[in-house]
Write a protein that binds this ligand. Sequence first.
Ligand SMILES: Cc1cc2nc3c(=O)[nH]c(=O)nc-3n(C[C@H](O)[C@H](O)[C@H](O)COP(=O)(O)OP(=O)(O)OC[C@H]3O[C@@H](n4cnc5c(N)ncnc54)[C@H](O)[C@@H]3O)c2cc1C
Length: 395
Amino acid sequence: MASQNTTLNFDNTEIAFRNKSDKDLERAYWLFKMVASSSLIKIGTPITNFALSVGLPVQGIIRNTIYKQFCGGETIQGCDHAIAELGKGNVTTILDYSVEGEDSEESFDACCNEVLASVKYATLNKLISFCVFKPTGVGRFDLLAKIDAKETLTTEEKEEFARLMDRCDRICKACHKAGIPVLIDAEHSWIQDTIDDIARIMMEKYNIEKPIVYNTYQLYRHDKLASLKADLAYANIRGFHIGAKIVRGAYMEIERERAKEKGYPSPIQPNKAASDTDYNEAIIFCLDNIDKIGLMAGTHNDQSCLLLAQEMQKRNIAPNNQNVFFAQLLGMSDNLSFNLGASNYNVAKYMPYGPVKAVMPYLFRRAQENSSAAGQTGRELSLIIKEKQRRKNSK
Ligand SMILES: Cc1cc2nc3c(=O)[nH]c(=O)nc-3n(C[C@H](O)[C@H](O)[C@H](O)COP(=O)(O)OP(=O)(O)OC[C@H]3O[C@@H](n4cnc5c(N)ncnc54)[C@H](O)[C@@H]3O)c2cc1C
């Protein structure tokens, strides 16, 4: 293990919550206390959905609580303030249009146009470090699944897929032209091979000079460290760079249930330790090939963040090397983001945005994730309590 990075301290709550007023801190405290109760989340989710669907006036409550914690605003311009606040702590933003569950060609075009608008905005605002899109935001999930299962497509489906590819290409091309890297999010395993193929095509086209297109590798899958290595071997032969956003993975329960139901071996690692091992090995692999790989470590795990910082130091890679980024989600693990930013590391927050009602599925997922990940919520809460106490003592 490398020597301890002397400048990093993820427990410094003064830095972590510098951009939070006492009122913001109090709101975060109650919010994390509430989501810590999984039974409350179980009851609250259908009640809120019902209230929204029949038009009860709950949007204001949501906007001032959970939305304010986890989202930047309803539009790109509406995120200006939140982006500037992160910027004060040397933390950049990834605008993430988080409208989910719409399944029409119009909504796919609208999503593509929204991402293109975020690329344009990024050219004007230096605080935007990456753009991002989800393949199922620009094309139909079932179509991707059909291709993944190697089923024959009808003529209409072939045309539909060509439109999906065109949307992906327009986004990646705009990012290449603007010199702004773009992340392609990873999703469920039964559409992921197709997403990987799309990402590889885009990387080969746009990553000649440097990493612009980043695919996502979910290390909770037992085969993804090997995929990352195979992608680099292929890229070396074909002469392009790899962009690798590494995450552990967000769909563990669904993946395991589906594999059991359909009777195939689960694609997920046997246990958490195996996910952690592969995640940390992926960090080392990327750093060992940093002249050819752009790395983004999307994680709230402090040990992985520390390992990445230490291994950079060991290899004399400067904290602000453009090929290494840390990333967290807005409203979570500010202790990592702001302490990394204060030590001059490149760090970015995914900033979801969109109309309150439309981002509710995203917000419910965040709440559920926080209620099931007792460790994460416990940590958020203890840091908030520590900061509340620190402020009280310093008055
Ligand atoms: C910036 C950013 C971008 C992201 N983008 C994506 C994305 O594109 N696609 C995506 O799927 N997810 C994405 N995620 C979510 C991510 O995959 C994780 O779900 C989340 O970050 C929690 O993992 P962790 O590394 O933060 O930390 P930890 O809290 O240390 O790890 C929790 C994770 O470990 C894994 N795990 C837990 N228990 C077990 C077990 N018993 N066996 C095997 N594995 C286990 C799971 O993946 C779980 O989510 C993103 C996260 C961030 C911060």
